[in-house]
Design a protein around this ligand. Sequence first.
Ligand code: HEM
Length: 558
Amino acid sequence: MPSTFVTIFVSFAIASSTIIYKTWLTRRSPLPPGPPRKWLVGNMFDFPTSRPWLTFRDWCNEHGGLVFIDLPFKPIVVIGSVQVARDLLDDRSRIYSDRPYSTMMEILDWSWAFFTMPYNSEWRANRKYFHDHFRRSAIPSYHSILLQETHVALKRLLEAPNESHQHLRNFPGSSIMRVVYGVRSAAQLREYVDLAEHAVDSIRRTLIPGAFLAELISFLKYIPPWMPGGMARAFAAQYRPVVQQLRDRPFDEVKQAMAEGKATPSIVYSLIKDMQGEGGYMTKEQVQIARGIAATAYAAASDTACTFQVYYHKAGDYSHMHWQTTATLLFFVLAMAMYPEAQRKAQEELERVVGPSRLPDFNDTKSLVYVHALMLETLRWRPIAPTGAPHALSEDDVYKGYHIPKGSLIIANSWAMLHDPVDYPEPDTFNPERFMTKDGEIDTSVRDPTTIAFGFGRRACAGKEFSLSSLKIFMASMLHVYDIQPGVGEDGHPVVLSAEGSDEAIMYALFDISASVFVISDAGSGQLSYDISSIHQASFESSGASHPRHRAYGGLSE
Ligand code: HEM
């Protein structure tokens, strides 16, 4: 009985609010063009459920660089060209920098993560502190950690190649934990990476289309778990403690270690030192910011959630968090297995620049032009945020005569921009050389894909420089040491690889490379004399000193 009442009440509320909303929406015209809208439901049944970037691209090809999608209570504007993205998200960033509100994110207690925050003074303060520690000039101080974590991953790949997926997944998480919290113990790093994954699982589960009606009807968040309609609160009760642990546990451990005089240098350590006044006192707001920005980096980088995409879909909004650095590394490995010629060219460059007796380091990266082009091409070929992360418009706007209503969700279709055949001929082919001149330099006349893949305007990726450094040293080191090939299937033939993801995916589905790609040691000419098996994780844990460099002849094969 109560559930019948709730159903009738909810249906009535939806129908009447939809009519009011439609009247409001169309009070000013014209709206940007888009797929034809049906009365009351608008484009609700046109919205793509799979690979939306392809449908968005087609709509933009038909209607122009700006397309309006009319979903109940959620006007969506899709940007299909770099020029429009620059005009709106960069040049008008004052009003295009909000994020859409999500009920589930609020009740799961993700509001401290500044990638979810609205564009306000709290976001500004968070972003400023984050920037202090992740701006380009700050990154060299993390180089030794990135190198060490890269070497740990290489060693693990050698020891347990069947778990290659896991090793790639651990690299970003472990690196960021060491940078942000100074964690050294391998066991604790693993525990924290798992904790981040568990917490972010809460977001993954809210993504399932229509999973939570509370995204559409916000008051459902007040219904207790034991009542019909209380699903959102029941779900939140399960995950909220995990999300809070992610935010608090590593931070509190650093504070405790500082009090005992045992803390190692880290971003949290410097934040606390910088914020503490006389007598070591921090205000409640300062503690909140320090906790929040540390955990944002932790969540954003550690195989977890860097950004979130929110689409309105049939029964409600859903947020889509995704796995940035790990996903890029997975696509890199896949590309290497699919395009052996590109792999070979990178290895030739590594042999020339680095030579056979050591691993690449950050002094080499400037000379590794082909590896740089290969990284750019990976980010372009399979952008892991194909539709970016949604912005929200905070004031009514007019662009080229079209009215864009306040509150619209703004989606930049990065995939379409990165596959524009005018900028990138034959865009589906993985071809690092498109970024190089005939003289072997980076061709600055080709559009730099990092200006698209990391988003736009004031909300563009705050970890971009950190990511680029991690990706480049990891890719160079991996190719210097290993050959990457398709695995062999049960029929004895090489597995046929595909980079398309599954049909259901609203982003590129992550795949387990362990099953389909072989990573084998002794890359390139087979002349490498550096023995990766001699790297000792324990030596990083105890001292933080740079890794011991052993020389052993006979290549890397065991
Ligand atoms: C391959 C790696 C990565 C890619 C492609 C990537 C891409 C993105 C994109 C597309 C956005 C949304 C931008 C927008 O709203 O226009 C974003 C936001 C963000 N990223 Fe990343 N990201 C990566 C790695 C990282 C890492 C390693 C960190 C942390 C160290 C990080 C921290 C953030 C943060 C904090 C935001 C939210 C910014 C805000 O809302 O103000 N990202 N990223």
